[in-house]
Ligand binder design. Structure first.
Ligand code: TXA
Ligand code: MG
Length: 325
């Protein structure tokens, strides 16, 4: 059931479900999450069951304050506070050594835990009301497109979750950037996301960006077929390549463009990420438009290559995965 997430009554209701061990869905600034109380193992296990997610894929712990940061992770490096100061609350997840109290179910057996403080008043209120951090993956079925509206969550999870707090369309639109910080070592990016690498480097200096191959091993969730629509998706360089896929006008094409489309007539469906060419706007529309193209009349989705700077890196990473099927 979708309910208004801005109502305190509903936040209390959601917190009560969490206290009883029932996972619920809530908005963050990136994508919607499916949350459970981190100290209730059964409830955390239910998340994997609902999402059909393998147990080797660890969850992100969402916190509302710095006390909770130290409750879940060991802080052995001053850079962590610096990052928190500049980027929290916000779309940055840190991989840090875990405290004993964090179960291996959450970390998939790893000694590290993923933590972030979301920049969304509903998410923060929910964590405060529960008075405990919340473990939450994105609220989609495993390998499917991430949800950026309450309706996307309902479409995929149906009544498998008792409650969906509606906070409208998420503002950031792509998942958080994941950064691993180890004492005396250069930080390593495990997932490109809502916080551009360029912004992070301004604060803590050079970051290691492993090849896509090694990133997959570092973050167990970086599987190739993540974020996939149900329809085939092909990445093309530009609009000029569209006619190749028309197959004598028989194939219905949906097109995801970055800024503009010259010839809309040959398309059955299309979406323009940002007519202003603004990366932030484009990222906030990204998953929503893929959902819409997936639900629309097209038979295949062609997506235009996005320039790999700023949030363009996060979007391209997701397009490549969506195209893998
Ligand atoms: O923006 C986000 O991060 C959203 C919202 C809900 O916060 N959450 C999200 O969660 O994207 P999820 O579960 O879809 O992706 C979490 C990723 C996975 O790829 C997982 O493998 C990785 O984080 N991860 C979690 N804990 C880790 C750890 N200890 N070491 C390395 N990677 C980890
Ligand atoms: Mg996910």
């Amino acid at each position: 059931m979708i309910v208004n997430g801005y109502s305190y009554k509903n936040i209390k209701k959601a917190a009560n479900f969490l206290k009883k061990g029932e996972p619920i869905a809530f908005p963050t600034e990136t994508v919607y999450g499916l949350g459970a109380n981190i100290y209730n193992k059964k409830s955390v296990a239910k998340i994997f069951e609902i999402k059909q997610r393998p147990f080797f894929d660890p969850l992100i712990v969402h916190i509302a304050n710095l006390k909770q940061l130290e409750e879940v992770a060991k802080i052995e490096d001053e850079r962590i506070y610096l990052l928190a100061k500049h980027f929290w609350p916000g779309p940055l997840t840190l991989i840090l050594p875990k405290q004993k109290r964090i179960s291996y179910l959450i970390t998939a057996g790893l000694e590290t835990v993923a933590i972030r403080m979301p920049s969304n008043i509903i998410a923060l209120s929910l964590i405060q009301e529960l008075n405990s951090p919340i473990a939450a993956p994105s609220a989609n079925l495993f390998t499917h497109l991430s949800p950026t509206t309450a309706q996307h969550v309902l479409k995929q999870l149906g009544n498998k979750t008792k409650l969906i707090l509606d906070g409208g369309k998420t503002t950031c639109g792509v998942e958080s950037t994941i950064l691993s910080i180890e004492k005396n070592k250069k930080p390593v990016v495990l997932r490109m996301g809502g916080l551009p690498i360029e912004n992070i480097e301004k604060i803590i200096g050079k970051i290691i960006i492993p090849t896509k191959k090694s990133r997959k091993v570092l973050a167990p969730g970086n599987l190739k077929n993540h974020y996939a629509p149900q329809k085939p998706l092909i990445i093309i360089n530009n609009e000029k390549e569209i006619p190749k896929y028309l197959k004598n006008n028989k194939q219905k094409i949906g097109y995801l463009a970055f800024q503009k489309i010259n010839n809309k007539k040959i398309l059955s469906d299309y979406k323009i990420l940002s007519s202003q060419g603004d990366f932030k706007e484009a990222a906030s529309n990204f998953f929503d438009y893929l959902h819409q193209l997936d639900d629309g009349p097209a038979e295949i989705i062609l997506a235009e290559k996005i320039k790999e700077v700023n949030l363009g890196k996060a979007m391209m990473e997701r397009l490549i995965k969506a195209a893998h099927r």
